[in-house]
Design a protein around this ligand. Sequence first.
Ligand SMILES: [Zn+2]
Length: 320
Amino acid sequence: MEDHPRNLTEFEARFSSEETCREYLFRLRWPDGFRCPGCGCGKSWPLRKVLLQCAACGRQTSVTAGTIFQDTRSPLPVWFRAMWWVTTQKTGASALGLQRVLGLNRYETAWTWLHKMRRAMVRPGRDLLAGTVEVDESYWGGLNEGRRGRNLKNKALIAVAAQEDGRGIGRIRMKRIEDASSESLLPFVEECIEPGSVVHTDGWPAYSGLAKEGYVHQVTVVSRHKQSASELMPRVHRVMSLLKRWLLGTHQGAVSHKHLDYYLDAFTFRFNRRKSKSRGKLFYRLVQQAVAVDPATYKMIVHPVTEPKKIPKPQDIGVT
Ligand SMILES: [Zn+2]
């Protein structure tokens, strides 16, 4: 059963102390009771205030160890307030907004927290899209939002997959990709769409390998139709325009390319749960995933290493 506060009043009544927050994390991390991360044993005894010691291997752990809250110097209620705020903001959260709400002295702290939370928005092993899915790519950044030109330096290419849901949009996935080649596009499709699904693309040749990968490839060659690309593949175009509006609005366009993936995850998290009536449920999901992802240090966030060949240079550290 998903146990979460339904509104701000319930939230405040419940998560005002370190103990209640810790207890909540415990139940979400170990729903079937404690498991030692070292040996898997279920027996432990409490050690001092927050530590648990495994009865079998003696390993000491805490409910926050190995999660995004590891090594935090801030009280858990402040983290909980941050997670509540992030999930209840209608338009999504910015670092400046978070800094104001929590009264943090440093902008960098708010920025780091947001990025830590964004990492928790990607559910480890989340399920794949299925049915009929539109796939396309689009550039972000730079003055001309061109398509498939040479990969210009100040632009980032984003691949989008949007599931059909009648005439509307079901769930989506997004990822920044290197270029519009089949080496970039096919792995994106395989990462997010169930084999056997119908994948609807335009006539770009890089998609031609889809049938070989086990998909039913539906091709719409835009130049052969009277309608525009956004009419022929309305879902991916709608998602891209919503994303761009969000990046320009909430984040005022201040999104560096190397951190783009985090923003895409945050947008996807929100979009895929847009019909959920309860904001508390969103909060529940975020906390649940926060205790399921590995911790990240400030350094790891500033230098995200997605592909080993692309380690950023030291002069490239920029905080947006
Ligand atoms: Zn153990």
